[in-house]
Structures are given as C-alpha cells and as structure tokens.
Ligand binder design. Structure first.
Ligand code: PLP
Length: 401
C-alpha cells in the first residue's frame, strides 16, 4: 500500500523524462503533452536555458528567507511590473496562496475605508483554490462539500451577467471587490466576454471596488497576450499568478496596482518560502525566454491552428457541443460526461484532461510547434470519434455542471 494520501484519482503512468512537449514513461513509451502539468510547464520540459539557470542557482544559494534583501526577487518583481503594468509584487508558492493574499487585500482595503464586513463578488463555476477562503470563493459545491462552515463575505453571480452585478451594487454597500477568473479553467473553459470584462471594470471604478483578476491558469502568455485583461484593454487592481510563472518550479505572486497599491503594510502578510532565489531564477528565466522565443505569438498561431483543426475535424459530429477558448487554453465540450477520454487519449499517447465532467481541456506548453499542434488535433480527433461512437448521449450533462 502506498503511503501517499489518497487525494487524487491518478492515471497508472509515471513519467521519468521530458523534452519540449514530449514525455516518456518508465517503459520508454513517448507521449505528446497537451496539458503541461495543468498549465505549468510554460517552456515545456527540460528547456536547456531553464535547466542551466536553475542548476547554476542551486550551486550558489537556494533559500535565505525574507528577513534579508533578495536581489533576485527585486529583479523578478521588476519584470512582472513591466509585463503587468502594475506596481507591487508579493511572492508566494502557489495559486491558492496568491488568491488568499488577494482576498486579504480586498478585506483590508474595505476596513481601511470603514467597511467592517467587506464582501467580494465572485462567479459561479469559478475555481480559486482549496484553502478555506479560496474554496469558499470558488463556485463549485464539489470543492466546498464537507468543509463547512465556509468563510463568509462572498456574493456569487453568474459569469457574463452584468445586470446581476448591478443589482448587487444597488443593494449591498459592503461590496469592496470583484474577483473573477477571466477564463474559467476548472469550470470548463468558460470565457468571459471582453465587453463584459470592460463593463465590470466600469462598475468597479464607479463604486471604487477592486477589480481582481485570477489569472493563475489563463495568464502568463497562454492566450497570446501576457494576461487576459490586456485583451480587454484595462488594468486590474489585483492579479494573482502562479502555475506557468516558474515553468514547473512552485511559485506564486499577488501583483497589485491602482486602488490596491499600498494596502498591505509591513506585518500584514508573509511567507517563509515565498520568492526564494531558486523560484526567482525560474520566474526570471521563464519571462525572458517567453520574450526571446516570441512565445506569445506562438501561442496565438499554434492555438488558433489547434482550435480550427479541431473545429474542422469534429464538425457535424453528433455529441460535440463546442470547441472554445483562447490561444493555448482550449476546451472541447461534449454532450455527455467524458472522463474516460483521458484514459483513451493516454492509449493514443496524448496527455489531456477532462474538466467539469464533459469538457476536454488542452493547455499545452507555449513552446509547442505547429507540427506538434497538428499532431494534437489528429490524435484527439481520433480519440473523440471513437469515444462518441461507443457511448451514448446524456444531454443533461451540460445542465448538471
Ligand atoms: N486559481 C485558478 C484559476 C486555478 O486554476 C487554480 C488551480 O487550478 C488555483 C487558483 C489554485 O492554484 P494552486 O493549485 O496552485 O493552489
């Protein structure tokens, strides 16, 4: 019996080596990785520049703590400020920690303005993490069940529904922030419309609320710009990041600007590991390499090719509801639960994931080439066709999500 706690239903495959978008298992079988460790391996596997930078840094110093100046943290924060357009960066180790910091900033912002019970507007089907505050902010009963009492102070609305937000603005004077995943990853690749994001930002400005954009999964270049809010053409006040920020080295960041600038003072927040020299080397190398290898342009080019290829390859197939997403964050919604696709794809030596029961999720590394993108399309189209041919429709799957 394994002593690893049983919190994941794992595939019985162990990867022992990687190169670019390819992974090899213990038996030497080679897989095409269209998941990147759930949007983490921005530079793919074994990127020579990242390996060299990390190896050199390990040989110098790994960790010193935040009790001392950290020049690499300063260098990483400069880069993040430049690419986000924001001002201050708090470094942590994961997405939930970045979001936990965001929630604390919103509450502190409220208290500073005399709101003693600050509330945050959150979205149905959102996923923000598994700590008590972030699971309470998430819009999934599955994530919350068994962990009540939930943290108070969240008001939930449907995504893409501005009227619902206006109603709350009219009646709830405790609201201090809106917290949104502009493309919901775990919720099924649900994309916030850009005009909706702009409308939401306008409401935030009118009421002096914080606009908090959880780009832990959709950010860091995956959509063809560094961040989704940049497609909409404005700046958020709070931007939690993690996943792709360190290309596989655990690191998170809560970035702030606008109305959230200066809210945290010394002693308000902290992290022992946050921003250590090893993680900062990963951040700096990831950002510099994305720029130098023009991976934003690549994300659009290959992402569009995959989306168009899947749309054409699956067109008219009964059971396929929609192919959607932006850049290299794509979903294929079927009209039935399709968890089985993961196993079938593994048999076709393709790594994908299924989320929200009936959405196949693709999050390949940003280094994926067009040829490799075509290979993803061919393998996945074959798997989806054979799955649909051997299963029956359950149209309630979409409604039940
Ligand atoms: N926010 C979003 C949008 C996520 O997709 C995730 C993880 O999937 C998280 C937060 C939580 O990140 P972590 O698992 O690093 O705590």
């Amino acid at each position: 019996m394994s002593h690893v706690m049983n919190t994941y239903a794992r595939q019985p495959v162990a990867f022992v080596r990687g190169q670019g978008v390819w992974l090899w298992d213990e038996d030497g079988r080679k897989y095409l990785d269209a998941l990147a460790g759930i949007a983490v391996n921005t530079l793919g596997h074994n990127h020579p520049r990242l390996v060299r930078a990390l190896s050199e840094q390990i040989g110098r110093v790994i960790h010193t703590s935040n009790l001392f100046r950290q020049p690499l943290q300063e260098a990483a924060a400069d880069r993040i400020a430049e690419m986000t357009g924001l001002d201050e960066v708090f470094f942590c180790n994961s997405g939930l920690e970045a979001n936990e910091a965001a929630i604390k900033i919103a509450r502190k912002y409220g208290h500073d303005r005399g709101v003693s019970e600050p509330a945050i507007i959150v979205m149905e089907k959102a996923f923000h993490g598994r700590s008590l505050a972030t699971l309470s902010a998430s819009g999934s009963r599955k994530v919350q069940a068994g962990f009540e009492p939930l943290v108070q102070g969240f008001v939930r609305v449907p995504l893409n529904d501005l009227e619902a937000v206006r109603q709350i603005a009219a009646h709830n004077k405790n609201v201090v922030a809106v917290f949104i995943e502009p493309i919901q990853g775990e919720g099924g690749i649900n994309v916030a419309r850009l005009e909706y994001l702009r409308g939401l930002k306008e409401i935030c400005d009118r009421h002096e609320w914080l606009f908090m954009s959880d780009e832990v999964q959709c950010g860091l270049g995956r959509t063809g710009k560094w961040f989704v809010y940049q497609h909409a053409g404005f700046l958020p006040d709070v931007l939690p990041l993690a996943k792709g920020l360190g290309s596989g080295v655990p690191v998170g960041a809560c970035v702030v600007g606008g109305r959230a600038r200066g809210v945290f003072k010394p002693g308000n927040h902290g992290s022992t590991f946050g921003g250590n020299p090893l993680a900062m080397t990963a951040v700096i190398t990831t950002i510099d390499t994305v720029k130098e290898e023009s991976l934003l342009t690549n994300a659009v080019r290959v992402g569009d090719a995959i989306r168009d290829g899947l749309a054409a390859g699956l067109q008219g197939l009964p059971g396929v509801v929609e192919v959607r997403g932006m850049g290299l964050m794509l979903g294929v919604e079927l009209d039935r639960p399709c968890g089985e696709i993961v196993q079938r794809a593994m048999e076709a030596e393709l790594i994908v994931n299924v989320t929200a029961d009936n959405v196949i999720r693709l999050l390949p590394p940003l280094v994926i080439s067009e040829t490799e993108g075509r290979e993803v399309v061919e393998r996945l189209a074959r798997v989806v066709k054979s799955f649909l041919a051997s299963s029956t429709a359950q149209p309630q799957a979409t409604a039940a999500r």
